[in-house]
Ligand binder design. Structure first.
Ligand code: NAD
Ligand code: TYD
Length: 347
């Protein structure tokens, strides 16, 4: 089995690579990544020496390069995670999201189709997507696999579009595809532009914590290793042509999560109670800010037997411990280009 995993140097991708390389020593795992600001091979230092792991630096928007690579490597399956993934960046520069998330996905579908021709036996194109394609919920309700798509940000619109293309290749050409839509992930190796690592890093450096709006928005958080585990189960047992929602039924109002994080940080850094919380600053809300996400993953749980492993409080504590123990990683990824991004976004 030769598996191509795209975006393997990013946050979730690095956990998926680690999981597959160590769980399936008889598979060959090729990681294709462009190494954008969000991709970092340091995320994979512990697996890079494994004999079944290879890395290819390439760009999924380069259709010719994708055709050549597939022809040469003759992949049996693709797990596609490479994407531009941050909503705030998509608001600032939407076109890049169309290029990578939409065109990049179509290029991979074309390369897989060209290689596999009509012989799809034992093949799989697995597209990793987000719950954000379903739009925003009010105070009640949950997203299921049959919820209509209603994306609001350029990021979620580009992911929705890529999902539609993947389904279209299934319906039109018989491509064996599977799609999963997951809720917000947290854990080690997440780039510190996303809420949890950004706030851990700011607390560490005594910088303001920019809470959008009143902090009333709700997100449904999943431990990233549980996501990687779900991807394994869906890859091996998921019915082709199907969609599976992934989430841990773990909803938190942003401000409640931030206060919990502040308390953990005070304790870890031996600061006075309330010291981290005093860094909170309410700032202008994100444009088009989705109010609430909540995902129903009962299809995945009932059909394929997946269950999340970790309670949020325990996971958040582990996450904080990891960032504090890996300050060099944080310092490396927040140097240079990150600084100008931060100035542009937060002043
Ligand atoms: P990330 O931004 O941390 O990583 C993305 C990776 O893709 C990086 O390594 C980057 O270098 C690579 N990449 C970007 N453009 C590329 C290109 N043109 N060619 C090749 N590689 C390219 O993202 P993440 O948070 O790990 O998300 C991974 C996937 O999971 C994405 O498809 C995202 O939509 C989806 N997802 C993320 C979350 C979340 O909470 N982070 C939740 C659900 C789904
Ligand atoms: P984020 O981690 O960007 O994930 P997403 O937008 O994909 O859900 O943001 C999580 C929540 O935290 C979201 O409601 C926006 C909010 N947020 C802030 O309040 N301040 C910030 O600086 C960031 C990055 C996010």
């Amino acid at each position: 089995m030769h598996l191509l995993i795209t975006g393997g140097a990013g946050f979730i991708g690095s956990h998926v690579i680690r999981h597959f390389v160590t769980t399936y020593p008889d598979y060959t795992i090729t990681n294709l990544d462009k190494l954008t600001y969000a991709g970092n091979l340091e995320n994979l230092r512990d697996v890079e020496g494994h004999p079944n792991y290879r890395f290819v630096k390439s760009d999924i928007t380069d259709s010719a390069a994708m055709l050549v690579l597939f022809e040469k490597e003759r992949f049996d399956g693709v797990i596609h995670l490479a994407a531009e993934s941050h909503v705030d960046r998509s608001i600032a520069s939407p076109t890049e999201f169309v290029m990578t998330n939409v065109l990049g996905t179509v290029n991979l579908l074309n390369a897989a189709r060209a290689l596999w021709k009509e012989d799809f036996n034992g093949k799989l194109f697995y597209h990793v997507s987000t719950d954000e394609v379903y739009g925003a919920l009010g105070k009640e309700g949950v997203f299921t696999e049959t919820t209509s798509y209603d994306p609001h940000s350029p990021y979620s619109a580009s992911k929705a579009s890529s999902d539609h293309f993947v389904r279209a290749y299934h319906d039109t050409y018989g491509m064996p595809v599977v799609i999963s839509n997951c809720s917000n992930n947290y854990g080690p190796y997440q780039f510190p532009e996303k809420l949890i690592p950004l706030f851990i890093n700011n607390i560490r450096n005594n910088k303001p914590l920019p809470v959008y709006g009143r902090g009333e928005n709700v997100r449904d958080w999943l431990w990233v290793v549980d996501h990687a585990q779900a991807i394994d189960v869906i890859c091996h047992k998921g019915r082709r042509g199907e969609t599976y929602n992934i989430g841990g039924r773990n909803e938190w109002k942003n401000i409640d999560l931030i206060r919990l994080l502040c308390r953990i940080m005070d304790r870890k850094l031996q600061r006075q109670e309330g010291e981290s919380e005093s860094l909170i600053e309410y700032v202008t809300d994100r444009a088009g800010h989705d109010f609430r996400y909540a995902i129903d993953s009962s299809k995945l749980q009932k059909e394929l037997g997946w269950i999340p492993s970790l309670q949020f409080e325990e996971g958040l504590e582990k996450t904080v411990d990891w960032y504090l123990a890996n300050q060099e990683w944080l310092d490396n990824v927040t140097s240079g280009v990150y600084k100008s991004y931060y100035r542009k976004m937060y002043g």
